[in-house]
Design a protein around this ligand. Structure first.
Ligand code: ADP
Ligand code: ASP
Ligand code: MG
Length: 416
């Protein structure tokens, strides 16, 4: 008998029939004798709709009230799931984040988990009750000046709720049910030849998620890796359940039998490029550029410095989140005097394509293969960044699919 956390994403609970289908999977696991905690997302599309309501009332909203609104999507599903389970003769009840409590920081919209109360769930187990918990939601601790506010964990945060609950309960497994039957070598919506991966190292999934593979929220992978939670990603549309092990498992790198040079590809359209031209090449120059951006809390990702046309100064190119491009431009123009650049150019039509694999630690020439394959297709690389297990390039957005498919073939990832 194992303790399992089963998480159902937006498409898995998109309508009452899908919720009933998910409830059947929970029942099948209970029938195998397992103790189950169910975690649910909002019905697909609901969170987007709620965000839109908030923005229609005011684009400069109070983030704590935004969280009250958007957390409600998961509340609805948790009640519906408990009802669907009861219809299958499963004793089930929902607990909201504030009831557990699921304590988080007060950084509304992107709160970080602090501590999770497990007593209520453990009591449920003793009474043969299956608790249903809304993902995505947290609550701040009560404090002298109030506290006790509803929070949310950032878009896609139900994955993180599920893994955190699994860690807190020391669960034997956390199954993430979604609309694909596992993690693929690339987003299957863009690369038809993408292949399902049976086992992937936490480190690889962490890179893929943070480089744009939205199948799991990055922080859920971070937590799984730190607390060694066995996570499985699997399809809600198949008849098998997680205990039949049909999905993709996140495992320790040491447990990987065969380390491929490249395990998967990711892409992100969430970045924008900024170039400052003709900056004087002297000590402290980069600090003067990136200081104002850090003060404005803007993350800079890829950076490259190249000689300018005049041969005396340099052009500095870097990427920032696309959503921050206006603020970044403001921060830089406000400091134009001190940075002393000639022109500020921005470009939002870019995509970051990344190749990831723990095998890169031991293979040479991975980058060269990537650069050559893209060059052969006439795709120009604007910026490059690397780490031990990934290489990322920034290219024109129009080439996203061509680049992904080309690299997929180059690294021999195509499904047979
Ligand atoms: P959920 O609503 O269940 O949380 P998401 O939409 O967040 O589901 O995540 C599943 C989607 O992630 C898939 O439909 C797929 O298009 C996308 N995706 C991106 N990269 C990958 C990948 N490498 N493997 C599998 N799915 C991926
Ligand atoms: N409902 C939230 C979202 O759409 C959280 C989640 O589904 O993981 O972002
Ligand atoms: Mg998701």
């Amino acid at each position: 008998m194992a303790t399992l956390v089963l998480k159902f994403g937006g498409t898995s609970v998109a309508n009452p029939e899908r919720i009933q289908n998910a409830a059947k999977k929970v029942k099948a696991e209970l029938d195998l004798g397992h103790k189950i905690v169910v975690v649910v997302s909002a019905m697909s599309g609901v969170t987007n709709q709620l965000v839109e309501y908030v923005r229609t009332i005011t684009p400069s909203y109070d983030p704590s009230e935004y969280d009250v609104v958007v957390a409600s999507g998961e509340q609805v599903t948790s009640g519906l799931m408990a009802l669907a389970l009861q219809q299958l003769d499963v004793k089930a009840r929902s607990y909201q984040g504030w009831q557990l409590p699921f304590y988080s920081s007060d950084k509304h919209e992107k709160a970080r988990i602090d501590e999770i109360g497990t007593d209520l769930m453990k009591d449920c187990f003793k009474q043969n009750i299956t608790p249903v918990i809304p993902g995505f939601q947290g609550v701040t601790r009560p404090s002298k000046d109030g506290g006790n506010r509803i929070t949310t964990l950032g878009r896609g945060g139900s994955d993180t709720s599920a893994v955190a609950l699994a860690a807190a309960l020391k669960a034997d497994r956390c199954d993430i049910y979604t609309d694909v039957n596992g993690i693929y070598t690339s987003d299957p919506r863009l690369v038809q030849k993408a292949k399902k991966i049976n086992r992937i190292a936490y480190e690889e999934m962490l890179e893929l998620a943070s480089l744009g593979s939205k199948v799991l929220q990055t922080r859920s992978v971070e937590l799984a890796m730190n607390y060694k939670v066995p996570v499985q990603v699997l399809s809600t549309f198949e008849t098998t359940v997680g205990s039949d092990l049909p999905g993709t498992f996140l495992i320790d790198e040491d447990a990987m039998m065969e380390k491929q040079m490249v395990t998967g590809l990711a892409h992100s359209r969430d970045e924008a490029r900024i170039t400052l031209t003709n900056v004087e090449d002297k000590p402290g120059m980069l600090a003067r550029i990136f200081g104002p951006l850090a003060e404005a809390n803007i993350n800079v990702d890829m950076i490259v410095q190249a000689a300018s046309d005049d041969g005396k100064t340099v052009d500095v190119t870097f990427t920032v989140p696309r959503a921050d491009i206006v603020r970044a431009t403001e921060a830089l123009t406000n400091n134009k005097q001190t940075i002393a650049y000639k022109e500020l150019q921005t470009n939002k039509d870019v995509v970051k394509i990344s190749v990831v694999g723990v095998g890169m630690r031991s293979y040479a020439g991975v980058g060269q293969m990537m650069f050559k394959a893209l060059a052969d297709k006439g795709i120009n690389i604007q910026v490059v960044s690397t780490s031990e297990i990934k290489i990322s390039v920034l290219i024109e957005e129009a080439y996203t699919e061509l680049a992904l498919r080309t690299l997929h073939t180059t690294y021999q990832l195509d499904a047979a």
